[in-house]
Design a protein around this ligand. Sequence first.
Ligand SMILES: [Zn+2]
Ligand SMILES: [Zn+2]
Length: 140
Amino acid sequence: MNRKPRFTKQRKLILDELKKVKTHPTAQELYDSIRKVLPNISLGTVYRNLELLCQQGMAKRVEFPEAQRRYDGDVSRHYHIQCVGCGKVDDIYVNETRAIREDELIRFLGIKTNYDVHGQKIDFFGLCPECKSRKNQEKL
Ligand SMILES: [Zn+2]
Ligand SMILES: [Zn+2]
């Protein structure tokens, strides 16, 4: 049986706010924008609710090495790319054919390693278009 999780007004607001942006904000960044609507909310509350939303599968953690944990309100299948220049995180959406190949890879690895492979996690990093053109201008 699927028990409906208790959904507080606060949590709903945090999720709405997270879904509004494409920037994959940190808890602190989200706190800064939510404070404008709920002045009495604490950073701890925002953080706790974000973690709960992730546990409930309504949000996703975006984690890059040596970077603060970020959150994503878009739980559809997509990859992330982080700019090594400015640190922003962008989405990469894949088409169905790619997704199917991914499933094949997971099946293949399951046979090869005898693991029950539950998934994979691939993150990309590089230089975003803005940082790239800034860098090119510096060279001139
Ligand atoms: Zn950049
Ligand atoms: Zn994303």
